[in-house]
Design a protein around this ligand. Structure first.
Ligand SMILES: Cc1ncc(COP(=O)(O)O)c(C=O)c1O
Length: 423
């Protein structure tokens, strides 16, 4: 049971790893490495899985894709065509969501410490904002959005890493439970007549019971606010955080159980309070796109210093998560059974002048030589969107696989691209 979960869109054919039956070796030859390769089909499967699990229990349920996970407009467009809305955190993500074909009425904004001018700009466009603080709402009191919502910090959160645990006493996000009454009563005084409520408590959680229990805190709070302030909530947004199996032995989150836990609690609590059930929004990022994508890179050197370092053309500038959080990504040779020697307990590294420049460590490969291709799984979320130019590294190309065809959706960067802002 120590296998890594790999979706069925990946298969091995004559010893070569394929995605949607397209050879990753052929993609690397055509577009060079490092390269992100994404299956459109897998994104659609993930979207449908969530939608079906919730819609069979609740009609008024919508998915707002968290654009930060992968903000290529071509990826956003896949979800837009399926009916998804978007959650954006700033003006740039808003523009990217629009480019991806998502209309204003389906976009929701969850900003953190945004300046008043930007908040006003969004509000004037009619974008619903999940305000992070009472001050933020007050800074645009004269032009509030039609629906006023606050991001609530329910006092506890859960995430795979401290950096991705976005609620609880140490988190910089949201309004604490004890300030919620003040926030909504000030919004009411300022003339708001429609309300929403939001939370986002952490990322990459694989325990289905957690989502029911943490959502219940927001359900209880919204019922209390409704009763005490005489207001009605148009929507409850439970954020993202739905985990994917990265590590050996981890299993896929049971989305049906997640939906069951959340919807049962929501219906029970609102019915017994005699209140209309608000619309339910969810903002998944990782769950929709993570396992749709592999990052393919090439081995450029094998160094045996007692410890073995596999040098590659990927690194922390192409995929930051291992360096930033110590995150685990499964790595496998694109061609199995290639000639070369078995390499045990090695560290897969890049070319950046930092010791944090790691893609994986403690890995064993049956055979590996310079020039071999490596596939890094679960690279679709917070992969390209966190990539950077440090050390003069150029960001890779992105390829979309759709119906057996490879489509370039972002070309590889050039030096010209990174000097064009220099004056
Ligand atoms: C406000 C908000 N919503 C949704 C998400 C998406 O989270 P995930 O990718 O874990 O689903 C995030 C991620 O940080 C977020 O900050």
């Amino acid at each position: 049971m120590n296998e890594v979960y790999i979706p069925e869109i990946f298969n091995e054919n004559e010893g070569e790893l394929h995605i949607e039956n397209v050879s990753l070796k052929s993609i690397a030859e055509k577009y060079g490495t490092p390269v992100y390769v994404t299956s459109a089909l897998r994104i659609e499967q993930n979207y449908n899985e969530i939608l079906q699990a919730f819609r069979k229990r609740l009609d008024n349920f919508s998915i707002k894709y968290a654009v930060k996970a992968n903000s290529n407009p071509n990826i956003i467009r896949i979800l837009a065509k399926m009916g998804a809305g978007a959650d954006v955190s700033n003006l740039t993500e808003y523009e990217l969501a629009k480019l991806g074909g998502i209309s204003d009425k389906k976009i929701i904004m969850t900003p953190n410490n945004m300046d008043a001018q930007s908040l006003r700009e969004m509000s004037k466009k009619g974008i619903t904002i999940n305000f992070d603080d009472i001050n933020q709402m007050n800074s645009v009191k004269d032009s509030l959005p039609e629906i006023v919502s606050f991001r609530i910090n329910p006092g506890r959160g859960r995430g795979e890493f401290p950096g991705t645990t976005t609620a609880g006493p140490e988190a910089k996000f949201g309004l604490p439970l004890e300030k919620a009454m003040e926030g909504y009563s000030m919004a009411k005084e300022a003339g708001a007549t429609k309300f929403g409520i939001h939370m986002m408590t952490g990322s990459n959680v694989l325990d289905p019971a957690y989502f029911g229990s943490i959502s219940s805190v927001i359900f209880d709070l919204s019922i209390e606010l409704s009763k005490k302030l005489g207001i009605e909530f148009s929507y409850i947004d439970i954020g993202g955080g739905f985990g994917v199996p990265y590590r050996p032995g981890e299993t896929r989150l049971d989305m049906d159980k997640v939906a069951e836990n959340i919807c049962t609690e929501m219906k029970r609590k609102f019915s017994s309070a005699g209140l209309k059930i608000p619309d339910l929004y969810m903002e998944p990022g990782r769950y929709l796109v993570s396992d749709s994508t592999v990052l393919v890179g090439k081995v450029t050197n094998i160094k045996d210093n007692g410890k073995i370092f596999i040098g590659t053309d990927m690194g922390m500038t192409t995929l930051l998560r291992p360096a930033l959080y110590g995150a685990y990504h499964h790595i496998s040779p694109v061609i199995s059974g290639a000639k070369g020697k078995t390499i045990e307990h090695c560290k897969i590294v890049g070319q950046v002048c930092e010791n944090t420049d790691v893609i994986g460590e403690g890995r064993t490969f049956p055979t590996l030589s310079v020039g071999d291709l490596l596939a890094v799984f679960n690279a679709g979320a917070y992969g390209y969107s966190m990539s950077m130019n440090f050390n003069g590294n150029l960001r890779p190309a992105e390829i979309l696989i759709r119906d057996g065809k490879d489509i370039i959706i972002r070309r590889r960067e050039t030096v010209q691209d990174i000097v064009q802002t220099v004056v």
